[in-house]
Each structure stands twice: as C-alpha cells, then as structure tokens.
Design a binder for this molecule. Structure first.
Ligand SMILES: [Mn+2]
Length: 339
C-alpha cells in the first residue's frame, strides 16, 4: 500500500474535475528535465486512455536526450509553436502543472495561463508552491514529481490506466531526479513502485542506457574538457566550480541538455560539499548547484534570484559575467560556511 496525498473530499473533487473535462493540457517547466518530461507524458498517457483529448506543452524545446521518449506522444514547445498552443489553450477545460512551484518557471507561457478560464491542478515536489490553482498537491519530501503523479493516479482509482508505456515515462522521471537512485532514494515506496513497473514489463536497463549512458563523442570530450580544464576546487569553501563559456560551447558543438549530470561529478571529491556549474547563456549566466546531504544550496541560489531543493538548485544570473557570478557565490559561501 502506498501512502496517500488526498483526503476523501479532495479525491472526489479532483476526480470530478477530470470527469468533467474533455480537453486537458499538461504543462511542465522551462528547460524540461527527465522528471518534467516523464511525469507529463505518463499523465498524458493515462488521461488519453479515458478518452481525454490531451496536449503536453513545455515552455521551450525538450533536450535531445529525452526526444526518444516523446516519439509516441509528442511534446509541443510553446516557443516554437506559439500560435498552435494559444489556440489549443483556449479550449482547455483542465490544466495540470507538473514539477514546478512558481509561475516564473514557465516563462512567457504564464501570460497565456492568466487569460484562460479553466480549472488548474498542480502536482509538484519543490518547496513553497506559490501557484494559484484549484487543487495543489505538494510533497517536497518526494524525490520526483513522476512518483507523485503515479501515486495520485493510483489514489484516484486509475492504476489500470497505467500501461507499460506510461510506466516507462514515470520510471524515467523517478530515475533522473534521483541520479539513478543514488540520492533522495531511501524511500521504500520508490522500490514498491518500481516493482509494479517491472511487472508491467518496463526495461529499466534500457532506460538507464538511453538516458544516462548514451553520449556522442563531442559531448564526452566536452565533459572531459570542463572537468579537466575548467574546474577549480576551493577546499576552504568546500566548493568546486565548473565553468562553460560560449567559446567552448561552440568548439564542442554544445546543445541544450548536453551538460546534464556534469555538476554532480565534483561531489565525488572528498572534502567537496558544494558543486556549482556556471554556463554562459545568451542572456544570463546559467547556474546549477548541488550539495552533499546536510549542506544547502537552495538559499545560495535564492540570493542569486533562483531557487530549488536543499541539495539541487539553480539560478539565472543577469547581473554580470561568469566571474562576477562566481565571486558572488564565493562571498556567500565564505559567510555561510559550516565546516
Ligand atoms: Mn522534479
């Protein structure tokens, strides 16, 4: 038996919302990761099985390494299909917002949402949800939105709608948000759910290989270059800094998503508790931070205008270049370091 999120009233209310809706739009955050893509596609699969017309929309393009997942149900990117999404959104009865806690995470799509007259449901595992929705299901202790979404469907009596394909999508979200079950992964329910998915026939080994262990040569070289030539380790601050500038992105043929997981690597170094990856993007410095258990990076990223979880957070720094951002982080850590 899995633990429950919904009291009987909310359960009935959510069920009614779904029953009364013909057109559903599932929306995930900008720069969708495996959890955003996996939870959205899994939910879409289940909802289309009960005859709903479902569209899945991300604010921008999904990274290449997840493209294979969306073969069956295609993702619409708002940035690239603005007109189509606007048209479809007008007929939407029910929105599902998955894997984000703040309207800022969907960029320009936020304006679209403001103007529609539809019901809204949020399922998310980030702290402090601030979206204005009809039903908010929030569980910061859960390691993935995919797992939450699966549990919600089970609670609503929809377990029979989850087939092998949907299970593969949910599994992908659970796997990617735990680094293949290497962090935030001590909850026994994770393995109870995986057990069910294996019985449905998912190929977990293939999913791991496709998502985490398939990489073109230029990306292997890019990762090696960043770790070898662009990493500084400050043992006083217990922090490693990785940087990727525009020139190197061009040299190695970098595309969005090619640096997935890179920020975790320095945490393997004894004495390193924080790892910060700084990438030069067109309009800002993309910052992604990770930390070992007991060390918090969400506050650090908040001071830079971002946020996230205690051990995984990010920000888009607009007040200067990579060096400025790194200086700000060093200042913050030297004032807040706990040895
Ligand atoms: Mn997530």
């Amino acid at each position: 038996m899995l633990s429950k999120y919904l009291n009987p009233d909310t359960n009935a209310a959510l069920k009614r919302l779904i029953d009364e809706s013909d057109n559903i739009m599932v929306v995930c955050h900008r720069g969708p990761d495996g959890d955003a893509v996996g939870s959205s596609l899994g939910l879409a699969c289940a909802m289309s099985k009960i005859g709903k017309n479902v569209n899945v929309v991300a604010p921008n393009k999904i990274p290449e390494n997840y493209e294979s997942m969306s073969n069956i149900r295609s993702f619409l990117s708002f940035e690239e299909n603005q007109e189509e999404v606007v048209k479809k959104a007008k007929n939407v009865d029910l929105f599902f917002f998955l894997d984000f806690n703040d309207i800022k995470r969907i960029g320009l799509m936020a304006n679209l949402i403001k103007g529609v007259n539809a019901k809204m449901v949020q399922i998310d595992h980030h702290e402090n949800p601030t979206l204005k929705v009809d039903v908010c299901i929030s569980d910061p202790k859960c390691s993935s939105t995919a797992m939450m979404t699966y549990k919600v469907l089970v609670e609503l009596g929809y377990e029979h709608l989850i087939d092998k394909q949907a299970a593969e999508y949910f599994y992908t979200g659970m796997m990617t948000d735990t680094g293949n079950f290497s962090y935030n992964s001590n909850d026994p329910e994770i393995y109870e759910i995986i057990n069910r998915f294996l019985i449905l026939g998912i190929d977990k080994d293939r999913i791991y290989r496709d998502i985490f262990n398939t990489s073109p040569e230029n990306i292997i070289r890019l990762n090696a270059h960043v770790l070898c030539n662009c990493m500084t380790v400050d043992y006083d601050l217990h922090c490693a800094f990785l940087t990727l500038n525009k020139a190197d992105q061009e040299t190695f043929g970098f595309k969005h998503g090619n640096d997935e997981g890179l920020v975790n690597k320095p945490l393997a170094i004894p004495g390193v508790y924080y790892s910060v990856f700084l990438r030069e993007d067109p309009n800002h410095i993309h910052i992604s931070a990770r930390s070992k258990k007991g060390y918090n990076v969400s506050k650090l990223c908040e001071t830079l205008g971002g946020g996230g979880h205690g051990n995984a957070a990010g920000a888009e720094y607009k007040e200067g270049n990579i060096d400025d951002a790194e200086r700000r982080i060093r200042e913050y850590l030297s004032n807040h370091i706990t040895n």
